[in-house]
Write a protein that binds this ligand. Structure first.
Ligand code: GAP
Length: 463
């Protein structure tokens, strides 16, 4: 059983809750739409994703440096970027139940090509032409208000001591890359980078998304991993192609299979963009955007130059040529990556007439790498030996110690959290100093001496 199964998403959501990956936010108060909390295994998965991205994007690239800009920024940043005037999605309301509907998505669902960049008139026309086919997802009625654009920026009253939040609005950032653009000059002046160079950042972003659905695919608070490359104008499209290839390979190396990935080229571009592609993943609800790879021209630095009156130009140290660098970017959400990994890993198998649910994470992504079990809980000598093995392994790997229930049950639990190896200490261990290692995927067991346990695991986990 795999993709395009209507029940798959429900099963993933249920497993995430049951096994401590992801919980709905503020659940004891009835939840808070489109916001999620990451539980003990969820944070490990997130951390593995972020570490993998950082290593691949920053650590191994001499010309890429990291940044951690604040979530709050000067409100002018969002005027310069175009978010205050243009960061809006088309919304209409059901006149019967008042459900708010994201119109471009509703049109797409009935097979009409639409996107959020269309003008309101254009999208209202499409709604009029398809009125008989559009129905409210909540009450199924077909009576809607006119479409209007709804700005997605989230407002705050930080530093505003009046009672009116709208008086001097401050925004929670809608994308992390603006923190990179406004620090472009700082990085240039304080480090030894030269064009072409990149600045990378992982951090929270906030968007007032109209519809709350598809679990962690579209949330109102989420983390982005963004790489912004500053390049010479005449080289931008060559480097863009290189970046596209690199990002494709990144997902294969992350453990996603190629058949579940595809490119989507944007035909309807924002006016400044030179080219835009998405890498789509085959989520349980079908192929949808995982990452955006965009050639943005020099719009970002030009706008911030204009609004701040700072000269955001670059002088080539060899030719003395001056220009505003062009930006090419690769931008992806941590949550979307986690959902892709969960989708890829979720597997059901028949074992001895029962269904085994197993998360077949790639070993580098698995939240827990090794579980250690004493065969029996009430045998102190087994427990002591197992603790010794656990204490030794935990320095190197995320490990779990489990002495609860029979070993079969413990295996099932570890299968559901995707632990690649379970190590059991039995009575023979006390004699031969060897343990039984059970492989998550093949369920085969190997006998390995404790002396060789580290090197055995090291080799297997990194293979
Ligand atoms: N700086 C460019 C930018 O932000 P975007 O296409 O709006 O572009 C980039 O977002 C990526 O951020 C998306 O491909 C997706 O992975 C993630 N993302 C965007 N909105 C999201 C949301 N509401 N929930 C979760 N992830 C989101």
């Amino acid at each position: 059983m795999k993709k395009q199964d209507n029940e798959l998403m429900d099963k993933i959501v249920a497993l995430c809750k049951r096994r401590g990956f992801i919980y709905p936010s503020s659940e004891i108060y009835g939840g808070f739409a489109a916001v999620y909390d990451y539980g003990p295994y969820g944070v490990e998965l997130e951390k593995a994703v972020k570490d993998f991205w950082w290593k691949r994007v920053v650590q191994v690239n001499q010309n890429v440096v990291g940044l951690d800009a604040a979530i709050f920024m000067h409100p002018k940043v969002w005027e310069a970027s175009g978010h205050v005037s243009g960061f809006a999605d088309p919304l209409m309301e059901c006149k019967n139940c008042h459900a708010r509907i994201r119109v471009d998505h509703a049109l797409e669902e009935i097979g009409v090509l639409a996107d959020e960049k269309m003008e309101v008139d254009e999208i209202n026309k499409l709604v009029d032409e398809n009125r008989d086919k559009l129905e409210c997802p909540n009450c199924k009625k077909k009576d809607f208000t006119q479409v209007k654009k709804f700005n997605q920026l989230v407002r705050s009253n930080l530093g505003n001591f009046t009672d009116d939040i709208n008086k001097e609005p401050v925004y929670l950032r809608g994308e992390t890359c603006q923190g990179i653009y406004v620090n472009y000059k700082n990085v240039l002046d304080s480090t030894r980078v030269k064009v072409p160079f990149g600045i990378a950042q992982i951090g929270k972003a906030f968007r007032n998304e109209i519809t709350a659905r598809q679990f962690i695919f579209r949330t109102r608070e989420f983390e982005q991993m963004e790489l912004q490359y500053f390049v010479a104008p005449e080289t931008d499209m060559d480097l863009y192609e290189k970046l596209r290839q690199d990002r494709w390979q990144y997902y294969l190396d992350l453990g996603l299979s190629e058949e579940n990935l595809k490119w989507h080229k944007h035909e309807n571009l924002v006016f400044y963009a030179k080219e835009a592609y998405d890498i789509e993943y085959n989520f349980p609800f079908g192929f949808s955007e995982l990452e955006g790879v965009h050639a943005r021209g020099n719009y970002d630095l030009s706008q911030h130059g204009k609004f701040s009156n700072e000269e955001l130009i670059y002088t080539d140290p060899k030719s003395n040529e001056t220009y505003i660098p062009h930006v090419i970017e690769a931008s992806v959400g941590v949550g979307r990556t986690v959902l892709a990994i969960l989708t890829e890993a979720y597997t059901e198998e028949e074992v001895n007439g029962e269904t085994r649910v197993v998360m077949k994470f790639s070993k580098k992504m698995a939240p827990v790498k090794v579980a250690v079990f004493p065969l029996l809980k009430n045998k102190p000598e087994l427990v002591a030996k197992a603790k010794q093995v656990f204490d030794d392994l935990k320095i190197k790997y995320m490990c779990e110690f489990d002495d609860n229930g029979n070993v079969g049950k413990r295996y099932r639990r570890q299968d559901e959290i995707g632990t690649p190896y379970c190590v059991t200490i039995d009575f023979d261990t006390l004699e031969d100093n060897a343990v039984t290692i059970r492989d998550r995927d093949t369920m085969e067991q190997s006998r390995v001496s404790i002396k060789e346990l580290h090197s055995w695991l090291e080799q297997k986990i990194n293979e």
